[in-house]
Design a protein around this ligand. Structure first.
Ligand code: NAD
Length: 289
């Protein structure tokens, strides 16, 4: 397949390199990065001219919309625009509508698995869009990842991603709060883990990504809270969840509070560059006042 890949940063570069390794022809474009081993075009429209599938991996919805304005008119009829970035649901739907009106296929296909998953080709794709476009891109999802779930129509992939990550953010905060409360109550952390990890308070954050060093699963907490999944990326996803809740008139008070806590942590408490589980040392330092 002829593939154009736009946005070759931390995630996009290894994803594109895996497609090349699997024998596909990839033409890249990025306004700043020029990773090794990826033939680059001089502009986004030039990169997409011959492409059967155009993959984008960009920082946010505004940039996706501006790139879509450039590439949609330059794409071959019937080609598929597949956005793998994490962006707001409204931008995902708007870009899909624009692509379909131009006679193209369109998918929103955000990922989970991070930079490690992108390099190893073990990402999970959450996909919104039409059946035919999904069938075209599925072989590429199989190279870049281990699982692709077709979640529904345009926007459904982004919706699944932000619902998942809203649960993750809220649950991480609850888990960190509970460890900090246990400390103040004089309850041993290991004992709390032994009880909770096999009781009704168990969760992925407690059992698989334990935020307390030396307790439970090996995690970024055991590595000085180096990410992992950075607090600022969690903040980005929580903000997207609140933007979607606003747009869809959904009541998400816990998501709102989680977004506010991560915002404070990242912007005023040196949380930037820390793993999102570093909420635990943040709570350790604080009393009620
Ligand atoms: P990044 O900043 O490393 O890469 C983005 C790339 O896009 C950069 O190389 C930048 O130069 C390029 N770019 C910006 N504007 C452009 C334009 N107009 N035209 C062409 N290229 C342009 O970010 P990343 O970590 O690779 O993340 C990409 C997306 O994946 C984001 O939406 C992020 O939320 C999502 N994501 C990231 C992770 C992660 O762990 N890093 C995990 C899951 C999802």
């Amino acid at each position: 397949m002829n593939i154009a890949f736009i946005g070759l940063g931390n995630m996009g570069a290894p994803m594109a390199q895996n497609l090349i390794k699997a024998g596909h022809s990839v033409t890249g474009f990025d306004t700043a990065a020029a990773p090794e081993g990826i033939p680059m075009a001089a502009s986004a429209p030039e990169a997409v001219q011959e492409a059967d599938v155009v993959i984008t991996m960009l920082p946010n919805g505004a940039i996706l919309r501006s790139v879509a304005n450039l590439v949609i008119p330059a794409m071959k009829p019937g080609a598929v625009l597949c956005d793998c970035s994490t962006v707001d649901v409204d931008s995902a739907k708007a870009v899909a509508e624009q692509a379909e009106a131009a006679g193209l296929g369109a998918l929103d296909a955000p990922v989970s698995g991070g930079v490690g998953g992108a390099s190893a080709g073990t990402l999970t794709f959450m996909v919104g869009g039409g059946d035919a476009a999904f069938a075209t891109v599925q072989p590429l999802f199989e190279i870049m990842g281990q699982k692709a779930v077709h979640c529904g129509a345009a926007g459904a992939g982004q919706s699944a991603k932000i619902c998942n990550n809203m649960i993750l953010g809220v649950t991480m905060i609850a888990t960190c709060e509970a460890f900090a409360l246990a400390d103040k109550l004089g309850l041993d952390r290991q004992k709390m883990y032994d009880v909770v990890s096999t009781s009704s308070g168990y969760s992925w954050t407690m059992n698989a990504y334990t935020p307390a060093p030396g307790v439970g699963a090996t995690s970024p907490a055991d590595n000085g809270y180096k990410p992992g999944f950075a607090a600022e990326l969690m903040l980005k996803d929580l903000r997207l969840s609140q933007q979607a809740a606003e747009s869809a008139d959904a009541d998400t008070p816990m998501g709102q509070l989680a977004a506010a806590l991560y915002e404070h942590f990242v912007e005023q408490e040196n949380g930037k560059g820390m793993d999102f589980s570093a909420m635990l040392p943040r709570f350790e330092k604080r009393g009620r006042g």
